[in-house]
Design a protein around this ligand. Structure first.
Ligand code: AMP
Length: 570
């Protein structure tokens, strides 16, 4: 880790891109391939490859506590350093004690330790692992470990520059590196291929999963339409993402974590094997109900809880197949015939997919998979074959149309909508703005701010993170914490107000007079011992300030409990 930390310092000290890539390329060449591959991931500012979607789930508060304890410095000193740098890594470098260490931990060992931290549950289990890691490295290394853990390296190095460095280090054409990284969603694996001179060869192989394209959230129809004018709109189905590779009668299905899940859906290969050419399809497997079908509908998707009964079983019994039939709702095609399609715009891929599934031969094969006499059909006798369905695509160009589609999707029991830019390619392993998801908003609550914290990044020096509470009798109990969704001007004004109404200065955090009422929206609720209400809102967002409400008029824990109970039934 020593060399990587000193490389980061050198990269940070120059603003010239060419110099940065040259430094990184030299470093990569000097390491073993395994180390260089892990370094490429870290240098892209991530603890794990993009496709893995493993998260450390170590919050800033826990890191802060550990750095503070290990430093033995007074809280005021740390707070002052944080206000100056706005970066916990830089603070750690300044305050952690220099240690006499026997050896330098390798970055492969550090990633192993990240994996243990990711697998541990809750701060109580994660804390000791993080602390242990920090005691095994000098302060400079700790600085960069923290930056990697928080996903913010801030040395002016984007993943695209790491791609350039790989091309320079191993002599592959940059376009081939970019392409391989795009397909694999794994810059480390890309580096391994570049080092072995196999970029082109391994970029697309049947029966090897390609990275999945991911979506970013949009909070409202207006926000969604600000990214593109006429999105292709599909229902957001609540099942599991599945990439199907079909060729020469053979079929393999991969999950988002790239596991082979063909065995969990033994009825799907039968249907997919009937496709006339080699294809890679992308879609969602859902539990399917034939019973709620409208006259012209093949049925409808059931919530994830129905599908869950089928997952994680070693053997799927015939009874299970009948009790929980599934459908594969296909919404994209990445490969057909001999052609890789990911670089084509979605508009073209959609057309190819429509044509593939509409081909008479395929239609015959698909129809034979449907239960006989759809209406009046007896679930006990239900087929053990699956449905293969082209996910319907809608168009919308105004917020009103989009909201109508959203209501329709929810009425069909789906989670919300997916909005996709028709002009853009399929970017494996990436979460970008070319796909957006609009999900159900469970409810909003009016809450009272009880504590505030200084933000980081561009929010250094302003109080932008709010902890908020609801009433439990005449006591306020905390139920969540949100980064402010307010405007910069509102945040500045609130900062002034909070500084004038602090009850207790806890360093980075101020307990404040419970006077400010906010309306917060959230996606769901969970039980949690993080807050003294016993609940936590998931993905809370501040909708607006409610200066028109007195704190006494904020919502109660009883109401929150009702929302929680309703969610359980949904
Ligand atoms: P989330 O899991 O909330 O990040 O939402 C992204 C997931 O939505 C994807 O990984 C898919 O599993 C799922 N999904 C459901 N319907 C669609 C659709 N029509 N297009 C793309 N993804 C979808």
């Amino acid at each position: 880790m020593k060399q990587l930390a000193s490389l980061c310092e050198r990269v940070a000290s120059t603003t010239k891109k060419l110099e940065k890539t040259a430094l990184v390329a030299d470093y990569l060449k000097s390491r073993t391939t395994e180390e260089a591959a892990t370094a490429a991931v870290f240098l892209s500012g991530k603890p794990f490859p993009a496709w893995e979607e493993t998260t450390l789930n170590v919050g800033g508060a826990l890191l802060w506590r550990i750095v503070s304890e290990l430093s033995g410095r007074p809280e005021t000193e740390l707070t002052a350093a944080y206000r100056q740098h706005g970066d916990l890594g830089a603070v750690a470098r300044g305050v952690l004690p220099a240690r006499n260490l026997e050896r330098d931990l390798s970055i492969v060992e550090i990633q192993r330790s990240f994996r243990q931290i990711a697998a541990a549950r809750g701060p109580a289990m994660k804390g000791p692992l993080v602390r242990d890691l920090f005691t095994q490295v000098p302060p400079l290394e700790a600085k960069y470990i923290i930056k990697i853990m928080t996903g913010d390296l801030r040395i002016g190095l984007k993943e695209s520059l790491v791609e350039e460095a790989i091309a320079t280090a191993y002599g592959g054409p940059l376009a081939a590196v970019q392409r391989a990284n795009m397909m694999l969603g794994d810059i480390g694996r890309t580096l391994e291929l570049a080092a072995a001179g196999k970029l082109a060869e391994a970029s697309m192989r049947m029966f090897h999963p390609v990275g999945f394209m991911l979506a970013s959230p949009a909070e409202s129809a207006e926000e969604a339409l600000s990214y593109f004018q006429e999105p292709m709109v599909e229902d957001k189905y609540d099942g599991i993402r599945a990439q199907a590779h079909c060729s020469g009668g053979e079929v393999r299905i991969f999950s988002r974590t790239r596991d082979d899940i063909t065995g969990s859906f033994p009825e799907l290969p039968d249907v997919l094997a009937g496709l006339p050419e080699s294809v890679i399809l992308d879609g969602e497997i859902v539990a399917w109900s034939y019973l709620s079908a409208e006259p012209n509908e093949p049925g409808r998707a059931l919530p994830f809880s129905a599908l869950q009964q089928r997952l994680g079983r070693k053997k799927v019994t015939q009874e299970m197949l009948r009790k929980v039939p599934v459908a594969y709702l296909v919404f994209d095609i990445l490969y057909a015939g001999d052609q890789l399609l990911i670089e084509h715009p979605l508009r073209e891929r959609a057309k190819i997919l429509d044509e593939l599934l509409a081909a008479p031969r395929v239609q015959v094969a698909l129809r034979s998979a449907e239960p006989q006499g759809l209406l009046g059909f007896d679930p006990q006798e239900s087929p053990t074959r699956a449905q293969l369905i082209r996910a319907p695509v809608f168009r919308a160009s105004s917020p009103e149309e989009l909201n109508r589609l959203f209501d329709g999707a929810q009425a069909r029991g789906n989670e919300g909508l997916m909005l996709k830019d028709p002009e853009l390619p399929y970017t494996p392993g990436r979460r970008g703005r070319s796909w957006l998801k609009m999900k159900r908003q469970l409810a909003t609550l009016d809450v009272v701010v009880t504590a505030v914290e200084y933000g980081h990044g561009k929010r250094i020096g302003v109080l932008s993170d709010y902890t908020f509470a609801v009433w439990d009798g005449d006591r306020l109990v905390n139920i969540g914490k949100a980064y402010s969704g307010l405007t910069d001007a509102e945040i500045a004004e609130m900062t002034k107000w909070f500084l004038g109404h602090a009850l207790e200065d806890q360093g980075l955090r101020l307990a404040v007079e419970p006077k400010i009422v906010l309306e917060v929206a959230f996606n769901n609720m969970m039980r949690s011992d993080r807050h003294n209400s016993g609940y936590a809102l998931r993905f809370p967002r501040i909708v607006r300030l409610r200066p028109d409400k007195l704190p006494e008029e904020a919502d109660t824990l009883d109401l929150a409990r009702q929302i929680y109970a309703r969610q359980g039934k949904a």
